[in-house]
Design a protein around this ligand. Structure first.
Ligand SMILES: C=C1C[C@]23C[C@@]1(O)CC[C@H]2[C@@]12CC[C@H](O)[C@@](C)(C(=O)O1)[C@H]2[C@@H]3C(=O)O
Ligand SMILES: O=C(O)CCC(=O)C(=O)O
Ligand SMILES: [Fe+2]
Length: 340
């Protein structure tokens, strides 16, 4: 196994706060469709308010997540190791990536949830599985709504071309619960002993990456840490808002929109004093789904930017690479190939 060599990141360019586009789903539909498409093109990230996921559904999921991470390590490890599903602490994926994070990665089929819930809690496994089922169902509905709005905004003939992939019973959606414990950056360690990745008073919880799936629906508590990369070496902090969902374009969406939408690289840093908790729902197609650009988004006399592939092929490539590697590049066509 390759072990990640921690790179100090103290010399990066300014990190400032950004107000991501805020999409109000209660606004007039044609306005919403335009604003979402614009946000996916300009930032690859946006926030959603008036999203229809009830406070109770979110609070129940968050309570269950909090109680799980508050358990003694030996109990949490009963749900591990993450292979890729299950409980993981500091190790991310199979290629030696590390971060100051503990997490629970869940395949969202109710049967799998029921099974893993038993390893999470003997006495209240049903409460845990009900909270996860209710949350994933509500967030999937929100994702479908967003994907349909995007289909309309892009004016593609079949506006359900994206949403039908995640409505499919065999959709490969994943739920990730992340907990970043508070970590004080110890100045005394600057002589070289403390080599773990850090930025000012923070450490890297979840290193730089793009999300492989179609769309990610992320919700966090009120502790910041999420940063997005607008250009190489420039990071912008996203202000946390527990009442909103932060949505981002994944690699699949970049491929299906022929590069019109961007799957932006992002990372999460720890806070020195407070725990960050985030819950990410990754909307993915079924394993055998063929991913290719929607024909209307490819210019006449050109081939699509990426070669067609199945989600299973892409996932396999993802797991064979490091967290920060650019996976979509493996499927990119050469410039000479694109012009017919
Ligand atoms: C190092 C890795 C962890 C990851 C799979 C990978 O090989 C590269 C992508 C990583 C990522 C990032 C977004 C999601 O959190 C995730 C579940 C995913 O689908 O791709 C993780 C993977 C993981 O933690 O298993
Ligand atoms: O915790 C966060 O805010 C980001 C997590 C993330 O990017 C991921 O789980 O893929
Ligand atoms: Fe991510």
């Amino acid at each position: 196994m390759v072990v990640a060599s921690p790179t100090p990141i103290r010399d990066e360019k300014i990190v400032s706060d950004i107000d991501l586009p805020i999409i109000d789903l209660s606004a007039e539909r044609s306005t919403v469709t335009k604003l979402i498409v614009q946000a996916c093109e300009d930032y690859g990230f946006f926030k959603v308010i008036n999203h229809g996921v009830t406070k109770d559904t979110i609070a129940n999921m968050e309570d269950q997540s909090l109680s799980f991470f508050a358990k003694p390590m030996a109990e949490k490890q009963r749900a591990g190791p993450a292979n890729p599903f299950g409980y993981g602490c500091k190790n991310i994926g199979f290629s030696g990536d590390m971060g100051e994070v503990e997490y629970l990665l869940l395949n969202t089929s109710p049967l799998t949830i029921a099974q893993i819930s038993k390893t999470i809690s003997n006495d209240s496994s049903k409460i845990f599985s009900c909270a996860v089922d209710a949350y994933t169902e509500a967030v999937r509905e929100l994702a479908c709504e967003l994907l349909e709005l995007i289909g309309e905004g892009l004016r593609v003939p079949d506006t359900s071309v994206f949403s039908k992939l995640i409505r499919d019973v065999d959709s490969d959606a994943v739920l990730r619960l992340n907990h970043y414990p508070p970590i004080m950056h110890n100045k005394d360690c600057e002589g070289g002993r403390d080599t773990s990745p850090s930025y000012n008073h923070s450490k890297v919880g979840f290193g730089e990456h793009s999300d492989p799936q179609i769309l990610t629906i992320l919700r966090s508590n009120d502790v910041g840490g999420l940063q997005i990369s607008v250009e190489d070496g420039v990071w912008i902090a996203v202000t946390p808002d527990p009442t909103a969902f932060c949505v981002n374009v994944g690699d699949m969406f970049q491929a299906m929109t022929n590069g019109r939408f961007v799957s932006v690289r992002h990372r999460a840093l720890t806070n020195s004093y407070k725990s960050r908790m985030s819950m990410a729902y990754f909307c993915a197609p079924p394993l055998n789904a063929k991913i290719s650009a929607v024909p209307d988004l490819v210019a006449p006399q050109r081939l699509s930017l990426y070669k067609p592939f199945t989600w299973a092929e892409y996932k396999k490539a993802t797991y064979s690479l490091r967290l920060g590697d650019s996976r979509l590049e493996l499927f990119r066509r050469g410039d000479e190939e694109i012009a017919l």
